[in-house]
Design a protein around this ligand. Structure first.
Ligand code: HEM
Length: 183
């Protein structure tokens, strides 16, 4: 069964990488490739979520939770998998709700920031999966340069979480103010 997880995990990694590329092409380029990227983004995102869910479900079915939670590497792997799914779910809702206007004005920057953050998350999830199966890569060293030694449980200092909550509240308030202005 762990072969099934290794096989299924290629789907979210592939689709998330493709969606990130399509958002960058749709934002920074013009012409046919940019149009195609914008038009085909939603189906790719939906497929990526189905792939992500399949990899997560099979991952949770294959290995006992005690084993997953006992290892910092596996805990980090799951954390990054859930973050990736969360960020790409957010992008999917934004693109779905905005329809043809998803890339208009400042909206595109929200997509770019979320896609780059999601890119970092799913690359970390995949890298840690490789580590777990005995195939580490140089990307772990890159994470090390950013201050995260992957054999220790990832944690955010309290001040980082506080800053994130403040940014979240500020953006929510900004959104509400804009909504009142336009509607
Ligand atoms: C949250 C649920 C998940 C759990 C519990 C889990 C657990 C694991 C474990 C224990 C391994 C090591 C397998 C081995 O020893 O051969 C592994 C490998 C791997 N996982 Fe996950 N995983 C989860 C979700 C994901 C997701 C969503 C992705 C996609 C980003 C992913 C990508 C990978 C990759 C690429 C490998 C290496 C596969 C190989 O080449 O053997 N995992 N996972």
């Amino acid at each position: 069964m762990n072969g099934t997880h290794a096989m299924l995990s290629h789907f979210p990694v592939g689709f998330w990488a493709l969606a990130t590329l399509m958002i960058l092409v749709g934002t920074f380029l013009s012409g046919r490739w940019a149009e195609l990227s914008r038009a085909a983004l939603l189906p790719v995102l939906v497929l990526s979520l189905l792939g992500g869910l399949a990899a997560i479900v099979i991952g949770l079915l294959v290995w006992p939770m005690e084993a997953n939670l006992a290892s910092p590497l596996a805990r980090n792997h799951m954390l990054m998998a859930f973050w990736s799914l969360g960020i790409f779910s957010m992008i999917t809702v934004l693109v779905w709700k905005a329809g043809d206007t998803a890339f208009e004005g400042n909206r595109r920057w929200a997509l770019v920031i979320l896609a780059l953050t999601g890119g970092l998350m799913f690359s970390s999830a995949g890298t840690l999966g490789g580590h777990l199966s005995g195939a580490s890569t140089a990307f772990s060293d890159v994470l090390g340069l950013m201050g995260w030694e992957v054999y220790t449980t990832f944690y955010s200092p309290l001040w980082v979480i506080s800053v994130m909550v403040i940014i979240g509240i500020a953006l929510g308030a900004l959104g509400l103010m804009n909504l009142r202005k336009t509607g």
